[in-house]
Design a protein around this ligand. Structure first.
Ligand code: ZN
Length: 408
């Protein structure tokens, strides 16, 4: 094939193919030359044809017919009349100091959209760190190009990203079901930073915020978006109900240990899941546990009972149900439930707000699960900024890759 045709095939404007060699049947090495021979000064951008000397750059490019392609590109030092100096020319094929063409980087970034990083690295025979660098770069570009839409219903959550109490604050939009913000920490400042990024006009339109019963979050919303109602949804409340169930289990475990019984070992999850979601075997295990230990049986019934709250149709019905439940919980004389009743009393308004400003119950849970999958799939995510970008990517908060891809 004449090189003219390979030049057309490559489609790199301003470059022509000088030579092609195939190595070991799987690697194509293509030598390029500028056509026409104009060079751009990397200092001032002016054009020149005055060459001084050159070095050859090796750039990985898109594969052709299954062959790995390396371009061999002369990079000239040129005499710039404007700068009155010998300067290195600008290469339009790649970003400065990169060993691959820009279009190949974009291709790798697209792969990372569709598969785990390790899989993309193996497929392209690139190192994990190279693929990560590319992925991070394009995620950052997408994050920079991001614009907030209007938001009415928010969900604010904290997630632990490392052992030892390191947290991120994750803000999601109930209407689009997207994560729209990830900030460091779980304090008031983390939420305040989100309101600042959203801007005063859009912040003023927020109707309600579902969240954990965290004092800093409550304070941040009261100050930043005072018009918004605070809502405690099922996901966040149930965390505390489950904690009470678990505390009863631990207390009973202690008693059983002292009596030398093995009654409660490995029963934690049987107690924490909804009964209707248990397997047949787990249900038998649960029934046996409840038969052997009365306090556990009571705590289990109180939890199952509490779930009914979210079936209530309005605030009046919910308030009536809640009062009845609190009475039953207090009658149980179980210490963890007594504590929970005190907390529910403090959270009452936010809890009842749920029946006015209903939010989809599955969202906080789904996002939590999604982030946990991401945590497990990634090797550690020691790079926190990258992890934050990956959350936005996985949970929908970034504009599409095509929006930030330059066509050069
Ligand atoms: Zn110049």
């Amino acid at each position: 094939m004449p090189h003219k045709d390979i030049t057309l095939l490559l489609g790199l404007q301003g470059w022509c193919v000088e030579d092609v060699t195939i190595h070991c049947g799987r690697e194509a090495r293509i030598r390029l030359e500028r056509d026409p021979p104009f060079h751009e000064c990397s200092q001032c951008g002016s054009k020149t044809t005055q060459r001084y000397d050159h070095s050859t750059r090796e750039l990985r490019d898109l594969a052709i017919s299954g062959k790995t392609v390396y371009l061999y590109v002369p990079q000239w030092r040129v005499v710039c009349a404007t700068c009155k100096a010998i300067v290195t020319e600008q290469l339009d094929l790649c970003d400065p100091d990169q060993v691959m063409t820009r279009r190949y980087e974009r291709y790798v970034a697209q792969l990372c959209e569709q598969m785990p990083l390790q899989a993309a690295a193996e497929r392209e025979e690139l190192s994990w760190s190279t693929v990560k660098r590319i992925d991070r770069k394009y995620l950052q570009l997408r994050n920079d190009a991001r614009q907030f839409g209007e938001v009415r219903k928010l969900c604010i959550d904290e997630i632990a990203y490392r052992k030892g109490q390191r947290y991120l604050t994750v803000v999601s939009d109930y209407d689009t079901r997207d994560v729209i913000w990830v900030g460091k920490g779980r304090d008031k400042a983390a939420v305040a930073a989100f309101f600042e990024a959203l801007g005063p006009a859009k912040t003023a339109q927020i109707e309600c915020v579902a969240m954990d019963m965290s004092k800093p979050y409550i304070a941040a919303v009261a100050e930043g978006a005072p018009q918004a109602f605070i809502v405690y949804d099922r996901f966040h409340i149930m965390k505390y109900v489950n904690e009470a169930v678990d505390q009863v289990r631990r207390d009973e475990q202690k008693v059983a240990d002292q009596a030398g019984q093995e009654l409660l070992k490995n029963k934690r999850y049987v107690l924490l899941y909804r009964e209707k979601n248990l397997t047949e075997k787990q249900q038998v295990s649960l029934q046996e546990l409840c038969r052997l230990n009365q306090n556990i049986a009571i705590s289990h019934l109180l939890k199952e009972d509490f779930c009914q709250l979210f079936e209530c149709q309005d605030t009046v019905e919910a308030a009536y149900f809640l009062d009845g439940w609190v009475q039953r919980a207090q009658d149980s004389k179980l210490e963890p439930f007594a504590k929970l009743c005190e907390q529910l009393d403090r959270w009452r308004e936010g809890l009842l707000n749920y029946f006015v400003h209903r939010v989809a119950n599955g969202l906080a849970e789904a996002i939590n699960n999604n982030i946990n999958v991401l945590k497990r799939a990634a090797r550690g995510f020691r790079d926190l900024e990258y992890f934050m970008l990956k959350i936005l990517q996985r949970c929908g908060g970034l504009p599409p890759l095509t929006q930030v891809i330059k066509t050069s």
